[in-house]
Design a protein around this ligand. Sequence first.
Ligand code: ZN
Length: 457
Amino acid sequence: MVGDSVPISGCTGVAWPAVPKRQDALLFAVLRQLDETQWWPAEALLAHQLRQLERLLAHAATTVPFYGERLKVLQGIKTGALTYEAFRRIPVLRRAEIQEAGEALVSRKIPADHGAPFEIKTSGSTGRPVAVKGTAVTGLMLRASNMRYHLWFKRDFTKKTACIRMLRGRQIEAANAGKPVPWADGYPSGPMYLRHVNTPVAEQLDWLVAQNPDYLLTFPSNLTALIRLSLQRGIKLANLKEVATLGEALDPAVRESCAKNWGVPVVDAYSSQEFGLIAVQCPEHPEAHYHVMAETMLLEVLNDRDAPCAPGETGRMVLTALHNFATPLIRYEIGDLAEAGTSCPCGRGLPMVARVLGRTRNMLVLPSGEQFCPRFIFEDFIYALPIRQIQVIQESLEELAVRLVADRKLTPEEQERVKASLLAVARHPFRLRFDYLPEIPRAASGKFEEFRSEVAA
Ligand SMILES: [Zn+2]
């Protein structure tokens, strides 16, 4: 935090020192701990993760039907004696299993003080839609991790942020109304203006010039397109201090291009809808050093034999959310690959990954020459269809192929609905073809492409 920022006070007549409201007080209480625990040795962090895991596992074994049988592999382990080796006996949870388990993955007895559960819908990085539940506690942990992330990069909370990503629900309403939302928790926050990433790039750039933000938050592929267009037009964003990227694997070339052409650094983070913030680049060592938010989750990087990868090896990321007592996600294979890291010279004990191979995004090209990053599968009704995986390929300026892995063929009505939803995003009456496949593989790079254009931009 910069300068003399004082938290928001929730007490009549008291401005300083602030007396925060309950929600903010909880946030500061957790944040205070995260500020310390980031410096703990790795062994101490793991020991505390295991103690927390014992509580989560006991809860899951007794209140979540899906885990009753699955967690029997841990029977006989006394409280306080769980080791990482024992924990690894639990089978890895695949996305398809979550899709099949449905309600059996939801706790029958969520502790009352975790608050009312809410639904989190996600297509993840593999185009497989799943819905899980979160609680006030998972929300609190996420807010605290996010705040620590802001503090690492000394962001000035009073400044203006522009956010161009996929938006849902209220965010779309705020974007359409041109209304800002706050972006920092617990402190007087500057405005964050929102734009959907489906917006044509040229329109985004005009909007950015008008907004003149201090910070920009967007996907790496969208940033690349914005930089390219700004160079063609000779545009500079005068106030910009930093670009934060998320949602895709960041190519080091994008970082270099942003520094060279816009004169500002890129800060990259890896997150998902189900887990929130997962890993953030080290504030002191930006390249190839991502710190895992180990206070809220246990991350494993596993090889083909399900054994932990050695530093430098690339493997599947398997995550356990430490505080989700609504839909416990235990050893969940999230669908992205990572290169295992070692320790970081900064001295933080938070575990590291060197890099994440997440999804990649592509630009859709319209016959008019307009381009944008489409986000095709975020419509709510998709979650009710028997679709296991979905990918859209632009084959020409007039044709899109929709590749589906599904339990059965969609009915003509369902197909029409998917078609209408895709065409609304595409902003052009493309011809659409549905291809049914047993599995949609990753690209050779290891990244999953939820949308790929075969048309040269
Ligand atoms: Zn570090």
